[in-house]
Design a protein around this ligand. Sequence first.
Ligand SMILES: C[S@@+](CC[C@H](N)C(=O)[O-])C[C@H]1O[C@@H](n2cnc3c(N)ncnc32)[C@H](O)[C@@H]1O
Length: 191
Amino acid sequence: MVSAPRRVLDVGCGEGWLARQLLARDVAVVGVDAVPALIARAAQNAAGDARRAGEFHVLDYLELANRQFTCEPCDAAVCNFSLLGKESVEAVLGVLPRHLTGRGRLVIQTLHPRTACGDAPYVEGWRDGSWLGCGPGFKDPAPWYFRTLDGWQRMLSRCGFDLQETRAPTLPGSSEPVSVLFVCEAREVTI
Ligand SMILES: C[S@@+](CC[C@H](N)C(=O)[O-])C[C@H]1O[C@@H](n2cnc3c(N)ncnc32)[C@H](O)[C@@H]1O
């Protein structure tokens, strides 16, 4: 990132751990998520310090994309393992430049296509979900939409973002990427 953001839109914020990390660094946060219980938890956990500027909204990506939501523009948006669908993901990414100031930043972290592909063909499509390794409390995994690296890059461009950097972190002693991060800059919105 060229400079530290002062205000961040956390898309699919879940229970808000990332929002709390940002708030602790005096970054204002707008968190959105479709699950009311997660948003309630995020708001409750962020409420400890009144000086900190956190706001949280129950919102589906399609509602956000249909412009049923307005907020003060943010310097950056972040999607941490929160882009799981097909049309809903493209719809929300397509509207994000309007919620960003100027050439605001977008940071996405998601499963790395190379490792997430498994034994299936390396082509885009819906895949069955899995809670493997998560314990007995996790049930009914939702399907998710697999995108290739090229697929992500093409979608980001269609949605109004210039990809600046792609990172693929690995664990010590391994060459397998555990995730992929896309760092993008929004193209100027003209209308
Ligand atoms: C794996 S969790 C990640 C949560 C959080 N970003 C984190 O780092 O812990 C995915 C989150 O994305 C949210 N999400 C997925 N699809 C969504 C949609 N279409 N609209 C709103 N939220 C969505 C889920 O409710 C869930 O909280």
